[in-house]
Design a protein around this ligand. Structure first.
Ligand SMILES: Nc1ncnc2c1ncn2[C@@H]1O[C@H](COP(=O)(O)OP(=O)(O)O)[C@@H](O)[C@H]1O
Ligand SMILES: [Mg+2]
Length: 268
């Protein structure tokens, strides 16, 4: 499909890997271990939206609004001005005390708040980053898929293209993002490995409906003043970076359980 509308991710090389960007209206899961670049990608996507005149909503569950703005400024993104100029709203689900705060990590409250924010920002193409989505079902992992499906369905009607991060807790299967990944239109996976005593990070587009995309895993860097930089395709095999076997086993078991509980909503 050549002429679907796409949104730039804010990273030119990633757009190329996506054959032009993220299809409009998509609900994309951004998965990976801590420190791999998920939040930085969310910032690029948000900042690109500001530059293009989109309505931008960023939900933060793990860092305060101030921390998000500070991190963005280190990459040359002036989110703070965008917020004060009414171009973006950062919903703080961690420690806010104002109108743009969540009092609990409840998916319905999240959706209501996001819609309220969209109304304030005004009509038009919108971007939403939820960082992280897994926070909303930490204590009820079996609900991950149901919640994700609900959010995707409602938000699509409000002209959102969504990036939702999800993370792996290495010691427990409870926070795994498979529920989200199942209903997502796309999956951008970050990975990490220590090679020669140095932390290396990688990105791989695992899924993107309705479009061709690069199938190679790329090494990335996070650079002050710039943000996320895609370096080169890596000769590493994906299985070299796999999670430890017991963890993988846990994921598969938990995944099977959820799939048996909830009937498929694929293609919605
Ligand atoms: N100003 C900076 N300069 C260079 N690297 C940075 C800077 N700020 C953050 N980083 C790197 O980005 C990493 C955090 O990436 P982040 O996207 O927040 O990870 P996560 O996947 O957990 O969301 C940090 O561990 C650090 O290595
Ligand atoms: Mg993060």
């Amino acid at each position: 499909m050549k002429d679907i509308e796409r949104l730039s991710s804010g990273i030119i090389k990633l757009d190329e890997m996506l054959c032009g960007g993220i299809p409009k209206g998509f609900f994309v899961a951004v998965a990976g271990e801590p420190g791999t670049g998920k939040t930085v990608l969310g910032l690029h996507f948000s900042w690109q939206g500001i530059k293009e005149g989109d309505r931008v909503i960023y939900v933060t569950t793990e860092e305060s609004r101030e921390s998000v703005m500070k991190q963005a400024s280190q990459f040359g993104m002036d989110l703070e001005s965008a917020v004060s100029e009414g171009k973006a709203i950062i919903i703080d689900a961690l420690m806010g005390h104002d109108r743009w705060t969540l009092t609990s990590l409840d998916p319905e409250q999240l959706v209501q708040k996001v819609i309220e924010a969209k109304k304030v920002l005004g009509y038009g193409r919108a971007r939403l980053v939820v960082d992280s989505m897994s926070a909303f079902w930490l204590d009820r992992p079996a609900m991950a898929r149901k919640y994700s499906y609900y959010m995707k369905k409602v938000l699509y009607k409000w002209d959102f293209t969504v990036l939702a991060t999800t993370q792996y807790a290495i010691t427990t299967a409870s926070a795994f993002g498979f529920g989200l990944e199942h209903i997502a239109d796309g999956i951008i996976r970050f990975r990490r490995a220590v090679r020669g005593g140095v932390l290396r990070r990688y990105v791989l587009i695992e899924k993107m409906r309705q479009t061709q995309h690069d199938l190679r895993m790329y090494e990335i860097a996070i650079v002050a003043g710039k943000g996320l930089v895609i370096l080169r395709p890596t000769p590493e095999r994906a299985e070299d970076l796999a999670l430890p076997l017991p963890v993988t086993r846990k994921i598969l078991e938990a995944k099977k359980k959820v799939e048996s509980e909830i009937p498929g909503e694929e293609g919605v």
